[in-house]
Design a protein around this ligand. Sequence first.
Ligand SMILES: Cc1cc2nc3c(=O)[nH]c(=O)nc-3n(C[C@H](O)[C@H](O)[C@H](O)COP(=O)(O)OP(=O)(O)OC[C@H]3O[C@@H](n4cnc5c(N)ncnc54)[C@H](O)[C@@H]3O)c2cc1C
Length: 471
Amino acid sequence: MEPVSAADWYRSLSFWHDTVPGSLALGAPLPGDTQADVAIVGAGFTGLWTAYYLAKRDPGLRIVVCEREVAGFGASGRNGGWCSALFPASLTKLSRLGGPGDDRAGRERAAAMQRAMYETVDEVGRVAAAEGIDCHFAKGGTVMLARSAAQLERARAEVAEAREFGFGEESLRLLSAPEASDLAGATDVVGGTYTPHCAAIHPARLVRGLAAVVRGAGVAVYEQTPVLALAPGRVVTAYGTVRADVVVRATEGYTPDLPGFERAIAPVYSLMIATEPLPSSVFDQIGLGGRPTFGDLRNLIIYGQRTADDRLAFGGRGAPYHLGSAVRPAYDRVPVVFAALRWTLAELFPVLGSVPVSHAWGGPLGIPRDWCASVGLDSSTGVGWAGGYVGDGVSTTNLAGRTLADLITRTESPLTSLPWVGHRSPEWEPEPLRWLGVNAGLRVMRVADWEEARTGRPSMAGKFMGRFLGG
Ligand SMILES: Cc1cc2nc3c(=O)[nH]c(=O)nc-3n(C[C@H](O)[C@H](O)[C@H](O)COP(=O)(O)OP(=O)(O)OC[C@H]3O[C@@H](n4cnc5c(N)ncnc54)[C@H](O)[C@@H]3O)c2cc1C
């Protein structure tokens, strides 16, 4: 049997990697000990957006990015392609960061964060267009379906929270059953919500395009360069040490691999499938005109998009968390989860019952203990970080990159005073408590969905878990 080349293996990572134009052959590794102004660990969206905005801000900066595999290897190349204004912590929770909370200042901080997220969706589209990155950006918004009374209650609560923070119909609105079904013609729809603030994208096209753009701007992106440790002033790799005034950790789901960061985030897997391209007659039945991203309001998240070539790319959580925060290629593929996704897609849209699935894949996302993403730069050590996006990193990484560029260049801006800046999430529990807690949480959410489907009432277990997980 022919050995599989690295480029072929990277192509097999996901539907997006399989269909991204250009070569996935590995770039050169770090040539040896190097001096830089800024050293970034990880060439996903976080690392590359940071490099992009830094290079724009100061073209003279020497910026080095070290990536263990190939640029776009991680979640950035494999995700659901929701470039959304979602942030993993709710507005209420954000209003309590950096202050007592329920006061006017806390609410304004949370609202400012939400507005920044809205702007970020457009910023991603703007840069992609300006830099000639054809990432199939289609700002069709998001429709979240309510398919039970319990889900409808959740939809109402989300809209009520948005109103409380000053966001009107133009930001998020409740849909009647016919309105929701018009957008996404699924079964059992009793209502839903719609926000215009989301674009469907081809994530690998964006991340690979971004890597090419930053290289063109003079950033050194070294691939096949595992970072063994990072510390103030240096990044130690298998091929030499990068010394730099500023060191940025942009390793998300892979973070626990780094010494000293074992309990910083829990890598939890999200898995996806993609169908073969579907005929227009299917979309006559299920809608999705304008390519809105879609899901329903169950506890254990599902998400989908109509791709530019008329497939459905559809994913969900539920794959197990692995002891010791282990991340391995074998964990990307869990046949029983793929089968559940296939079943759920057909249950949503029965017309897809016999449609062939062309790709199935997965990857780790990063969950901080309090489910609140953060970005920051410790000015005393020069060590910066961004991450903990849970499943909402596609656009949030862009906000992180712009914020880090401001922090690193000491530029005061509205971004640097947003409530997630400098936030420190607590560490996860040691094992085996972490394993027990995360997997119990996943199980409770599954049971809560089953209970809600059966009784039509919100599950107490689901509510408790939502609160426990920081919703
Ligand atoms: C299946 C799936 C679906 C998702 N869907 C969505 C979605 O629709 N919308 C959304 O907003 N978010 C989604 N997410 C989350 C989103 O993809 C991530 O939050 C985001 O891509 C994180 O970007 P990142 O650059 O921080 O991390 P990553 O893209 O994971 O990049 C980290 C990089 O660091 C490298 N690295 C790690 N450790 C080292 C080391 N020691 N040395 C050198 N290099 C290292 C890795 O190889 C990797 O390339 C999804 C995630 C998954 C897995």
